[in-house]
Design a binder for this molecule. Structure first.
Ligand code: NAD
Length: 250
């Protein structure tokens, strides 16, 4: 039980096959009260009954809306009276080439991944400061480090790299308040983002570049989040943790 009594918010956490829901389930198993937030209302409805109502909250919301983010933090404080962990996990990608990126694409991808991280973090930080501690974890991507994963366009790489910079700056500023800020850079993880987009030939080619010779699963990333959320990582802030099977070693 690494998170007993902690209140943990995970954004983008209602998708059945996603990293976010796997994380919420793992945190719940470790004794946390979990707050699942997602823009997908139908998916939120589906997961609502899975958890004990006393130890969970499921809220439909958009991380690009500052109002939604602050309302969520307020509702969590009203129900649980504290916020210990935020996992900024909501994200979208788009596999397009550099010259094809439209202004609308750029705004959409940067907004959900990067602006969403900032708004949601701004919403929880005052409450973490009040509690004297907190852990914020950001879901970046190997795409930020190597200039593209497999499915993300250049604007996705830029957004995910921006998350690393924002996370490091937050770590410097918020450390004195007891708030740790770390990022995780997953490689290729089998979720809805990748579902149906890989034929056997593509998969074999990708696996040649992964020393551990398999795609990642949502649990691989959730386990890293658990480490960063818990006191096991109490002296870590401003770090980037690779969860990529060795796809990118640097
Ligand atoms: P996913 O599509 O299952 O999860 C993303 C979730 O975010 C969805 O449930 C979606 O409804 C939600 N979401 C989208 N826009 C939102 C918004 N504006 N506000 C709130 N929620 C919103 O895919 P996943 O693979 O589980 O992705 C989780 C995170 O991991 C993302 O940030 C993604 O960029 C990152 N990531 C994934 C991979 C991979 O290979 N799957 C690799 C590196 C990083």
């Amino acid at each position: 039980m690494l998170l007993k009594g902690k209140v943990c918010i995970v954004t983008g956490a209602a998708g059945e096959k996603g990293i976010g829901l796997r994380t919420a389930r793992l945190f719940y198993e470790h004794g946390a009260s979990i707050v699942i937030s997602d823009i997908n209302e139908a998916a939120c409805e589906k997961v609502r009954s899975e958890f004990d109502a006393d130890r969970s909250m499921v809220v439909t919301g958009n991380v690009v809306s500052r109002d939604d983010c602050f309302s969520l933090a307020k509702a969590v404080m009203e129900k649980f009276g504290r916020i210990d962990v935020l996992v900024n996990n909501a994200g979208i990608t788009q596999p397009v080439k550099f010259e094809e990126i439209t202004p609308e694409d750029y705004d959409r991808i940067l907004d959900v991944n990067l602006r969403g991280m900032m708004y949601m973090s701004q919403a929880v930080v005052p409450h973490m400061k009040q509690g004297g501690a907190g852990s914020i974890i950001n879901t970046s991507s190997v795409s930020a480090q190597r200039g593209g994963g497999i499915f993300g366009g250049p604007h996705y790489s830029a957004a995910k790299a921006g998350m690393l910079g924002l996370g490091k700056a937050m770590a410097r500023e918020l450390g004195a308040s007891g708030i740790r800020v770390n990022s995780v850079t997953p490689g290729l993880i089998a979720t809805d983002i990748t579902a149906g987009k890989l034929d056997d030939q593509m998969k074999a080619k990708i696996l040649e570049g992964i020393p551990l010779a398999r795609l990642g699963g949502p649990a691989d990333v959730a386990n890293a989040f658990l480490f960063l959320a818990s006191d096991l990582s109490s002296y870590m802030t401003g770090t980037t943790l690779d969860v990529n099977g060795g796809m990118h070693i640097h």
